[in-house]
Design a protein around this ligand. Structure first.
Ligand SMILES: Cc1cc2nc3c(=O)[nH]c(=O)nc-3n(C[C@H](O)[C@H](O)[C@H](O)COP(=O)(O)OP(=O)(O)OC[C@H]3O[C@@H](n4cnc5c(N)ncnc54)[C@H](O)[C@@H]3O)c2cc1C
Length: 385
């Protein structure tokens, strides 16, 4: 059993519920077991698999199955239990759970010592139609299948596909789709619609310059300062930010990557405990994209921050159960971020936001970061901080 500073275990096997088995939830699971191997841990998640979601755009090159880890495998590997269900969480039931120390799910009553809420961020809901796709479609069906389903029914020379959203997710999908249609020799045009005047707005301008130059080389049409209104039959209806006027363009299909919803975010103190009316819930912690920590650390909705919050809240859960209740504050700052631009190119920053890297060095950094999480899934923790 590894040593955790300021943790003096009592002779009690803790019962811990982790709600959400994504990056934060899995990081917490492995951290808890590292310091308390006999902890009784239950993961509640409506999916049957943990999804390595940072790879989702790569389903244009690799089978979707490569990025799904069945919870049944994790149950065997880590000796935890998975309940396949969605838990409804709001401030009333958080307070209730803090008082009762049990929840009821699928008609089963489960007692706990601690709950960790790691639901991720919800995405903007969209009107589903067979020519409008969003991230949720890619969770269940591989990218090539989704595209081919539509393209095989179209009788048009060089039709247009529109991608909406120039954030990291939209850009990663855009370049993968471009690579896919070239590789498959599909006669098709691509365009990107973005509400801001440049792509990757949250990053330094060098990110945008590099990415937009690559888009130009690949003949991807770019509509900055333009809002998506709707996909109507074989047209996309758009609105110009400058004039406020609607216009339409031919488009057989729209892929929407509109970003994460800021609703359903739980406020927490710097130790990861959920705050209700500014009061910390002693036994209820939160981590990942759904958690806003009131602290100096990063609240970026990134896998890196999700992993660090998951690990920190796990350590603080253990310390909370210990004789000495000394907690660790959340101080993590992201060490870099890389956006892939297809299989052979990427752009990112390392150490300092203005230290922009691109091409092969950026790709290597991304691979290394993703390998580190893959190792964690097998139970090998290589995170130094
Ligand atoms: C295509 C794509 C590429 C990305 N690339 C990168 C990248 O390169 N680098 C990076 O740092 N970040 C990247 N991100 C962001 C990163 O994936 C997220 O920041 C990270 O997944 C957040 O982890 P999380 O554990 O908070 O949430 P998630 O990983 O989303 O996990 C949340 C889990 O909670 C479950 N859940 C939801 N609601 C409930 C409920 N009510 N009850 C029970 N369970 C529930 C879900 O089923 C899910 O399994 C990318 C995201 C996408 C979509």
């Amino acid at each position: 059993m590894a040593f955790l500073p300021f943790y003096i275990p009592k002779f009690k096997q803790l019962k811990i519920l982790i709600v959400g088995g994504g990056y934060a939830g899995i990081s917490a699971l492995t951290t808890l077991l590292r310091y308390m191997p006999d902890a009784n841990i239950t993961i509640i998640d409506p999916r049957s698999h943990h999804v390595k979601i940072t790879h989702l755009h790569e389903t244009f090159r690799y089978p979707l199955q490569d990025f799904l880890v069945p919870f049944s495998t994790l149950e065997q590997r880590f000796g935890c239990r998975h309940i396949c269900a969605r838990l409804i969480i709001n401030r009333d039931n958080i307070q209730q759970w803090q008082n009762d120390k049990f929840i009821t799910i699928l008609e089963e009553t489960i007692e706990f010592d601690y709950i960790l809420i790691t639901l991720g961020a919800s995405v903007e809901p969209v009107d589903q139609a067979n020519n409008i796709l969003d991230l949720s479609n890619f969770l269940s069906t591989p990218g090539p299948e989704l595209l081919n389903n539509k393209l095989t029914t179209i009788n048009q020379a060089k039709p247009y596909i529109s991608v909406v959203g120039g954030g990291a997710t939209g850009i990663q999908f855009l370049f993968e789709i471009d690579h896919f249609i070239r590789r498959q020799k599909i006669e098709c045009n691509l365009r990107l619609i973005n509400g801001n005047n440049r792509v990757l707005q949250q990053f330094p301008a060098d990110f945008s310059n590099y990415t937009e130059a690559r888009m130009k080389e690949l003949n991807i049409d770019f509509y900055p300062d333009t809002f998506y209104q709707e996909q109507n039959k074989d047209k996309i209806i758009l609105k110009s930010k400058e004039t406020g006027e609607n216009f339409d363009l031919p488009s057989i299909m729209t892929l929407l990557f509109l970003g994460k919803n800021q609703d359903n975010i739980f406020s927490a103190n710097t130790f990861g405990q959920v705050l209700i009316d500014k009061q910390p819930m002693q036994n209820i912690f939160t981590a990942g994209d759904c958690a806003h920590y009131n602290s100096y650390g990063s609240n970026a909705m990134t896998a890196q921050s999700a992993v660090r919050k998951g690990k920190l809240s796990a350590r603080n859960i253990l310390r909370s159960s210990s004789t000495l209740k000394l907690f660790e504050p959340y101080l993590h700052h992201d060490l870099g971020y890389v956006v892939s631009l297809g299989p052979k190119d990427a752009v990112g920053w390392l150490a300092l936001e203005n230290n922009v890297v691109s091409g092969t060095p950026a790709l290597v950094i991304k691979e290394l970061v993703e390998c580190q999480f893959d190792l964690l899934l097998t139970g090998i923790d290589t995170y130094l901080i």
